[in-house]
Structure formats: structure tokens, C-alpha cells
Design a protein around this ligand. Sequence first.
Ligand code: SAM
Length: 208
Amino acid sequence: MTNETEKPEFWESSFLEKQEMWGFEPAKSALLTKDLFLRENVKQVLIPGIGYGRNAQIFRDNGMEVTGIEISATAIEMARKHYGPGMTIYHGSVCDMPFDNKRYDGIFCYALIHLLDADQRQKLIRDCYAQLAENGCMVFTMITKDAQTYGKGTLISKDRYELHPGVQMYFYDREAVQAEFGDFGLFEITEVNENFPFFIVKCRKKYS
Ligand SMILES: C[S@@+](CC[C@H](N)C(=O)[O-])C[C@H]1O[C@@H](n2cnc3c(N)ncnc32)[C@H](O)[C@@H]1O
């Protein structure tokens, strides 16, 4: 079940209209995360908000099995067309996680969390951490307050703006990352430019 803030129709119409709107090259942070996952000997990767799969293939090319979650049926069809049937992709909202009872040793969530409201962001972090295998790593990327768009559009709540109809974004600073991820094995915050300034946030699941 989705609610107003999850905007399935926004993403569906975006993919219908703009198709492979980010091209086929993986994002810089996907390449950096692939190196981390290789060092960590990750085998099973979960990608919430997988889109049409451009960030998935780099993990598969390096021997990892990828499972995705995606709200747009059109994006899932595009992923199948370009990358074949070899990936399980659950059609639904990350707000309805978990979709399976697997444990993943790597989770990569690119440019999705900043689209959610505060409760949804916290639930996503908690649900991802719950699906992480012991000693597994989860990596999130998100827009920062250094973006030129920060403060533009309609203020929805603190640091959250509606930039275009249907796109609400929460802009992070390091304190916000610490507040949201601090209890979930946060061990590193770095910065990367992906057309917009992004943080790369890394967490590791501690042995219980
Ligand atoms: C900014 S895009 C990033 C896409 C992709 N990771 C990439 O760059 O190739 C966000 C993606 O998350 C999907 N998405 C947005 N809200 C979602 C939700 N609540 N649950 C699952 N997927 C969602 C969108 O359809 C889109 O594919």
C-alpha cells in the first residue's frame, strides 16, 4: 500500500515519458560501493529504489547477486529489457519492506531516502538494517544542503521542500545523517558530486 508522499504516479509517468533518463553508466557512488562490497566479499545485494537497473549491473558484473525494490512498473520492465530476467525485483514501495525474509550482506540505496518524509526515512533505515546480515554493510546516498536547490520551492517541513509538483526533498547535513543513522552502525560519511552534492553514508551491522 502506498500513501500520498510515496508518489508512485510521479515516478511512473517520469519513466514513461523520459525512459532511461540517467543513461546506462552507473553513478560514481555505485562504483565506489562496488569496490567496498568487493573488499567485504559481499555476495547478496539489495537495492531499494533500483529504477531501471543502471546501478545494479556493476555489482552483477562483479559476481554479486542483486535483488531490487521499485515503485514503478515501467522502470522494472525497462530493467528486464536491458539486463535480462536474472534479478528479482519486487514491485512496491520501500515503505512496505520487507518483501522477503532474506539477509543481505550489502545494501545500496541511491538517491531515494531524501524523497521520503521523516517517519518513512526512519522506517527505511530500520528495515534495511533489519535485513542486513551480521557484519554486512549498507550504503545510502542522499542530497546535501550544499545543493543549489536547497531552500527553493515550497517549504513542507524543516529542510524539506517541494521543488516540482510531486517531488519533495529532504536536504541533509552531517548532523541530520548522524541523527538518523547514528543508532544503525554508522561508520563513515563522505561527499561525492553526482550532478548534485551527495553524501555517501556507510553503516555496518554489529554482531549481536
Ligand atoms: C532518484 S531515483 C534513483 C534511481 C536509481 N537508483 C538510479 O539512479 O538509477 C529514485 C528511484 O526510486 C524509486 N522510488 C521512489 N519512491 C519509491 C518508493 N517509495 N519505493 C520504491 N521505489 C521508489 C523511483 O521510481 C526511482 O526509480
